[in-house]
Design a protein around this ligand. Structure first.
Ligand SMILES: *Cc1c(COP(=O)(O)O)cnc(C)c1O
Length: 394
């Protein structure tokens, strides 16, 4: 089908929940994507931080296609090797104790919220179910994870939302303390707020929250859905903050493009979820887990060092673009903060039309989440298109 045929059929047959760019994507190689008509686009978006190995990665393809040919699904009534090996890898490389597998970030966060409340219920009984989250956070689109998300725009239409969330201010430990009304069981946060604007938490604040959680026996629940799987330059972002979460979630990049997510529980939390308390039909799907095993195998220390190096390279190029006043983020999770009055949405739309896929975050930030395997040449090409657009617009 041509792009125009796809646009027309989508407008008839698909619920119009997405503000899509007028671009259809047909295939890709490396960090470059192609429309059905064959026009090339440098990919600084990775399907929102998902396609961490880019397109056409041979080892990943071999793992995924091989597993699909062997067994595509078995359900969690039975044991299969891929999810067990994946859990072993994830725990060995993080210091966490046990894994639970889900299918997407919002769903993983639901599991993490259930775990936090059950930890507290098992130990203290009822009345201690409040979870503190941060303003400008994003935790998902289910009714409960919308409630967990600390942005008022998400608290509309779908009432009643799940009770028991209180919103503190990032990098302000006193505002976290002020939420303590005796009903708190956990603090849940992203270490770099992604959708909220690519806003890294300060090292000091994260240390203070960790200490407060230990003092009060609150669980520290870290949402690594966007920051995880090499994105920040370490396998998980918490490893750069010198903390071990009590429980954490991951999703986006883990399957290298296949839907997979999960939570990792530490010493306090590994045995909280017991038979019958949590489950999902697709969780730990063998094909998705085979893809994830290939992702983790490729994400070794050399590749993580490369992510940091490419991240620095891209950061320095972004800093030279007109209208960019600062660049925030870590590794290949970068946000170019624009000067007052710039319209990030309009700029990104023009960039997509001109041949580079970028994202926004908050009002005033262009967000970049390129494949972790992106080459210097592809970065140069993409930034050249960004420069063209910004010079014309600003
Ligand atoms: C994307 C995202 C989610 C939601 O993940 P889905 O897979 O869309 O459900 C949750 N938390 C963070 C930090 C995210 O970036």
């Amino acid at each position: 089908m041509t792009s125009n045929e796809l646009f027309a059929l989508d407008s008839q047959a698909v619920m119009q929940t997405y503000g899509r760019f007028p671009l259809a994507i047909d295939h890709g190689t490396g960090a470059t994507l192609y429309s059905p008509e064959g026009k090339a686009y440098v990919d600084f978006a990775s399907g929102i931080g998902v396609n961490c190995l880019g397109y056409g990665n041979e080892k990943w393809l071999e793992a995924v296609c091989g597993q699909a040919a062997k067994l595509q699904h078995a359900s969690n009534l039975f044991y299969t090797e891929p999810y067990i090996r994946l859990a072993e890898q994830l725990t060995a490389r993080t210091g966490m104790k046990r894994a639970f597998f889900a299918n997407g970030g919002g769903e993983a966060n639901e599991g993490m919220i259930k775990l936090c409340r059950k930890y507290s219920f098992d130990k203290y009984g009822t009345g201690r179910s409040t979870i503190i989250t941060l303003r400008d956070s994003f935790h998902g689109r289910t009714v409960t994870t919308l409630a967990a998300t600390g942005q008022d725009v998400f608290h509309q239409y779908f009432f009643p939302f799940t009770e028991g969330f209180r919103y503190a201010v990032a990098n302000d430990i006193e505002s976290v303390r002020a939420m303590d009304d005796g009903t708190v069981c956990a603090v849940m946060m992203e270490l770099i707020q992604g959708e909220g604007g690519v806003l890294p938490l300060s090292y000091e604040f994260v240390q203070q929250v960790k200490a407060l959680c230990e003092e009060k026996d609150w669980l520290l629940a870290v949402d690594e859905v966007q920051t995880g799987v090499g994105r920040s330059g370490s396998l998980f972002c918490f490893q750069q903050y010198d903390i071990l979460p009590d429980v954490m979630s991951f999703a986006k990049g883990i399957g290298g493009g296949l839907p997979l997510a999960g939570i990792l529980g530490g010493e306090k939390t590994a045995e909280v979820l017991t038979p019958g308390t949590h489950a999902t039909t697709f969780g730990g799907n063998p094909v998705c887990c085979a893809g994830a095993l290939s992702v983790l195998e490729q994400l070794d220390d050399d590749m993580l060092a490369e992510v940091k190096e490419m991240g620095e390279y891209l950061r320095n190029l972004l800093l030279e673009l007109p209208g960019v006043v600062e660049v925030r983020g870590m590794g290949l999770m970068l946000g170019a903060g624009l000067r007052e009055g710039c319209n990030a949405g309009a700029l990104v739309k023009a960039m997509v039309e001109s041949g580079v896929l970028c994202l926004t975050a908050g009002h005033n930030t262009i967000r970049l989440l390129p494949p972790l395997t992106i080459s210097r040449e592809e970065i140069d090409q993409g930034v050249a298109v960004m420069r063209q657009v910004m010079e014309a617009a600003l």
